[in-house]
Design a protein around this ligand. Structure first.
Ligand SMILES: Cc1cc2nc3c(=O)[nH]c(=O)nc-3n(C[C@H](O)[C@H](O)[C@H](O)COP(=O)(O)OP(=O)(O)OC[C@H]3O[C@@H](n4cnc5c(N)ncnc54)[C@H](O)[C@@H]3O)c2cc1C
Length: 491
């Protein structure tokens, strides 16, 4: 069976790891595709400043589903990087751990072929009517190959450009690599970062350490993620598959959102989490909010832990909701979940508090528009007339999430949508079967031999694209590939 892995970051390397583990691996002929820079490391874990840290403690991050300490163990046995017994290592170190495995497999197995180029197009090869799986054609600028099975693991879509400023001088359209964001900046430049999610924290860490003028951070909400509390292992007792099966029988195969919320509240009550108090804690004053989080590490850690357990199970929870309820969740509840999951490390909170205290950082909410005028940038805010001028804007508003936002930077996906190989999910990303990651095409139906994993599936895999969840999906889909291989050899 000829297999292609398109995109070799976390998802691509995880798929390969699972493939090689199987006793029937020799029956496969695998080709992996990515550009030279990202091959084996992907975008988030590429070589960059060591100010950029993983957002989960080292002991909770691993590519090995059976050994959560594998990354820690790898770190302790290698000699290239030494950050002591840090809880949060720089992100590129994790990238080298992934790449280490990739290089090892490439050396060890001669049925793995490497193409250090991006894929420009995919196509479906028309077959005779007896064949159940059409072959998939994969093209780069130089080569064309045909495969029986394709893993589409291309990571995030390109970056949002909310104020159409891409290409303008002084506008840095993506915060990564962070260590290049100051390349065109001079010492006297006033810098604003737009967006206050996790990516903005990366930029803050980098810019505060490498630029001496006060930094402005601006977004609509002006709210930063919460600070990581004392996390514990949580087992869910109410949001369970068994409970959902019963509810689905009562509600024509879906579970009403309000019932899910009720069950979530029960989980929180059982853990003595003061839910209302924590959800209403934000005052809008970032300094006060960060200090509150740091002083309530136990309570907040329990809330973050229960949210993490929910995210681990999000595939069946999310896909039990109707689209109308998914939309309602977005409008009513997602803001709270977003604020309290993906927390920042405590030392990042300390760095921000320090910078606020020393007037090296200012955080503004109500951002409504950014425009270029006379070679500088004017940031406008909701309250009438409030505005300010800066020399450089770093865009940290996050990647696109919907197919209708794509532009030429997302050429492969655009081409696939154009050929009707993929279609948009109403909540973002592309349509796939939740249980199997099979791509659902409006033209070819369910494509059992194209499996998509990662951010491009964010409508179905809502909030399920961190490392651990990607690894879970790689384990599952590779298992299904080998089942198919077995069936085919029986036939
Ligand atoms: C900035 C950032 C930080 C994060 N930090 C963490 C963290 O600390 N912990 C955590 O659990 N999760 C983190 N995440 C979540 C993250 O989504 C996953 O950890 C993971 O890296 C995503 O893996 P992926 O394989 O989907 O994407 P990537 O790892 O980005 O891999 C996608 C690969 O596809 C390649 N590619 C794209 N287009 C093509 C093409 N046409 N042809 C061939 N190759 C192509 C890219 O070059 C890239 O190498 C972070 C995410 C971001 C954006």
């Amino acid at each position: 069976m000829k297999v292609a892995i398109i995109g070799v970051g976390t998802a691509g390397v995880s798929v390969l790891r699972q493939l090689v583990k199987h006793p029937n691996f020799a029956e496969l002929d695998v080709t992996i595709y990515d550009n030279e820079k990202n091959m084996g490391q992907g975008e988030p874990f590429q070589n960059d400043s060591d100010d950029l840290l993983i957002n989960v403690p080292v002991d909770m991050l691993s590519l090995n589903i059976d050994n959560v300490h594998e990354f820690r163990e790898w770190y302790e046995t290698q000699n290239d990087f030494d950050y002591g017994r840090a809880t949060y290592l720089p992100r590129f170190v994790f990238g080298h751990y992934m790449k280490g495995y990739l290089d090892h497999y490439i050396q060890l197995y001669d049925n793995i072929h490497v193409v250090r180029q991006e894929v420009t197009q995919l196509g479906v090869e028309v077959q005779d009517s007896t064949s159940c799986h059409p072959k998939i054609t994969v093209c780069t600028d130089d080569i064309v190959n045909t495969y029986d099975y394709v893993f589409l693991t291309i990571g995030t879509m390109s970056y949002n450009d909310p104020y159409q400023l891409k290409g303008q001088r002084g506008y840095i359209d993506s915060p990564y690599p962070a260590n290049r964001t100051l390349d065109q900046v001079v010492d006297t430049d006033k810098i604003a970062v737009i967006g206050t999610g996790l990516a903005s924290l990366d930029v803050i860490r980098y810019v505060l350490n490498h630029h001496n003028k006060p930094l402005m951070l601006a977004s609509r909400s002006g709210q930063l993620p919460s600070v990581r509390g004392d996390m514990t292992k949580v087992d869910l007792h109410y949001l369970t598959k068994a409970h959902f099966s019963k509810l689905k029988r009562k509600h024509m195969d879906s579970v009403p959102l309000e019932t899910v919320i009720e069950l979530f509240r029960k989980e929180c009550d059982a853990l003595e989490i003061p839910l209302e108090q924590l959800l209403q804690r934000k005052t809008g004053d970032v300094m006060q909010d960060l200090k509150y989080d740091m002083a309530h590490a136990k309570q907040l850690g329990r809330l973050q832990s229960v949210l993490m357990a929910v995210k681990d199970n999000m595939d069946w929870i999310w896909n039990s909701l109707t689209h109308a309820d998914q939309q309602a969740y977005h409008e009513r509840y997602h803001q709270y979940v977003k604020e309290n999951s993906n927390p920042m490390p405590r030392d990042t909170a300390e760095l921000i508090l320090n910078a606020l205290h020393n007037d090296m950082l200012e955080i503004r909410s109500g951002l409504s528009h950014v425009e270029r005028t006379n070679g500088r940038y004017r940031l406008k805010f909701d309250d009438a007339g409030r505005q300010c001028m800066v020399d450089v804007v770093i865009n940290a508003t996050g990647p696109k999430t919907r197919l209708d936002q794509l532009d030429e930077s997302d050429a492969l996906l655009l081409d696939m949508a154009n050929k009707q190989m993929i279609q948009a999910h109403p909540m973002g990303g592309i349509q796939i079967v939740p249980e199997t990651n099979e791509v659902i095409s409006p033209r070819y139906g369910t494509m059992t031999n194209i499996r998509a994993i990662g951010q491009i599936t964010n409508g179905v895999n809502f909030q399920r694209n961190a490392v651990t969840m990607i690894v879970q999906q790689a384990v599952k889909t590779v298992g299904q590939l080998y089942q198919q291989l077995e069936k085919e050899s029986e036939v």
